[in-house]
Design a protein around this ligand. Structure first.
Ligand code: ADP
Ligand code: MG
Ligand code: MG
Length: 253
């Protein structure tokens, strides 16, 4: 499903190489976690997959179901089924949350050659999904993320994800700044989207999220590369010992 090979990325503004050969293969229905020290390139990887400006791919590829994502503009990637839940969800003053969701869902459906949802069907769907994430009607009416608490923003990201039904969900530190209850809601929301086909890349600093969203594979990113991969036990090792041992082992090899 997702196959990143030898991905090299530098900043557009300055001659700084951020990603130095990322390799990552995520099969259909799999959940992969990416951990790693601050500044390793985790967010950059997610930005580059979603097509954000400011980064230049100097080498490598990133394919979704065999199609090169890096050749697509951000809208095409979204239509192809890539969804990125941001570490810092953006506020969009003046655009109602409901309007935003409806526009996004219908754009997605159009790109897939499906008919737009009727106003009634859309309302039904959004209310049902919002309810499970404990997002009330008031929050749906307010401008996107404006004045939302950290936890509300993250839940709203998961609502967008649930509405768009992407093929590949990338979550960048969706757990950071969440209290235990909010993290449970977010995790339940993500788990509800697991269907054996949809794939997930979950970027996190904390093992505790992975207690809720059980990963198939855990990767450690360091200095622009995936330096180690393993099962869920790798996340526990990080939790207990930090990165020092793993990185020392990598340096030696
Ligand atoms: P992580 O998410 O693993 O903490 P990032 O992908 O955010 O790491 O950043 C990787 C490195 O690239 C860091 O050294 C960061 O400072 C640098 N970097 C990323 N984006 C920019 C940018 N737009 N301008 C300057 N430096 C950047
Ligand atoms: Mg960071
Ligand atoms: Mg980051």
């Amino acid at each position: 499903m997702l196959e990143i090979s030898n991905l090299h990325v530098k900043l557009e503004e300055e001659d700084k190489q951020i990603l130095k050969g990322v390799d990552l293969k995520v099969g259909a229905g799999e959940v992969h976690a990416i951990m790693g020290p601050n500044g390793s390139g985790k967010s950059t990887t997610s930005y580059v997959l979603s097509g954000r400006d400011g980064y230049v791919v100097t080498e490598g590829s990133a394919k979704l179901d065999g199609e090169e994502l890096l050749d697509m503009d951000p809208e095409e990637r979204a239509a192809a089924g890539v969804f990125l839940a941001f570490q810092y969800p953006v506020e969009i003053p003046g655009v109602g949350n409901m309007t935003f969701l409806r526009t996004a869902v219908n754009a997605q459906r159009k790109a897939r050659g499906e008919e737009e949802l009727s106003a009634t069907d859309f309302l039904k769907l959004v209310r049902e999904k919002a309810k499970s994430l404990k997002i009330d009607a008031e929050m749906l009416k307010r401008p996107v993320n404006v004045g939302f608490s950290g936890g509300e923003k993250k839940r709203n990201e998961i609502l967008q994800m649930a509405m768009l039904e992407p093929k590949l969900c990338i979550l960048d530190e969706t757990d950071s700044g969440l209290d235990v209850d909010a993290m449970k809601l977010v995790s339940d929301g993500v788990n509800a989207l697991r269907d054996g086909k949809r794939s997930f890349v979950v970027i996190t600093h904390y093992q505790r999220l992975l207690d809720h969203i059980k990963p198939d594979v855990v990767h450690i990113m360091y200095d622009g590369r995936i330096v180690k991969s393993g099962g869920p036990e790798l996340a526990l090792e990080v939790e207990h010992n930090g990165y020092a041992d793993i990185l020392a082992e990598v340096e030696k090899a």
